[in-house]
Design a protein around this ligand. Sequence first.
Ligand SMILES: O=C(O)CCC(=O)C(=O)O
Length: 251
Amino acid sequence: MLSDDQLRKYKQNGHLTVPAVFDQHMIGVALADLEAWSRDFLARLSDDEREWYLERGDATGTLPRKMDQPVYHRPAFQQMAASSPLVAMVEQLIGPGVTVVFSQVFCKPPRVGGPKPVHQDNFYFGPDDPESAVTAWIALDDATVENGCLCYAGGSHRGPILPHVAPPEEPFNLQIPMEKLQGVAMTPALVSSGGVSFHHGTTWHQSASNTSSRPRRAAAFHYLQNEASLVEPALEYDMSMAVKITPDGQS
Ligand SMILES: O=C(O)CCC(=O)C(=O)O
């Protein structure tokens, strides 16, 4: 459970990092599942798709930079999303009764893992109640400044959801326009493997390139309180892949 002090910090900053939500056994199981999924995923892609999913210059070619819906597709991630300690924290943040409306794994291979520009998840998902959405970002590897941890603009969840733009060749890479970023401080959130960094759906966040010799792998579970819905999503989300978390911790 989150303490009153942690809840106060989340309310004030729009993000909160909690160490050791998952033990190293669970993280090992998730990484093994991720490796098996990556092999299978890459084997099914055309050459053009492989090029898109692998970072430029990735000589190993074994780690897609992103895969969607781990909670729907993969048992280890479904187990994590429904785990009682995580769900209890999520429910403290957005209220009882939650669904994972979308989930992703983000991988930054050593030295070549690229950045993710500043954005707000609530622009992507367009919920009717912006307070009803929280992302639980789970560090599978230790996330540091060098390997591209998340960085947040503290307090930005109290501002509006801004229009986003996308580079012409990357229509899905929605981001806050550069001119809005002048003078905005982005604070790194260091998270050890097994820890979770929670962020409010409206909080501005980004991640930098991985300049280290270690991978940075993470899973993001986007939870929505069950009474809310995605009324104005910027992209198409397949709600048949949403995973409702039931009270007994099963999904
Ligand atoms: O892991 C990353 O680099 C980006 C994650 C992100 O944007 C998110 O969890 O909403």
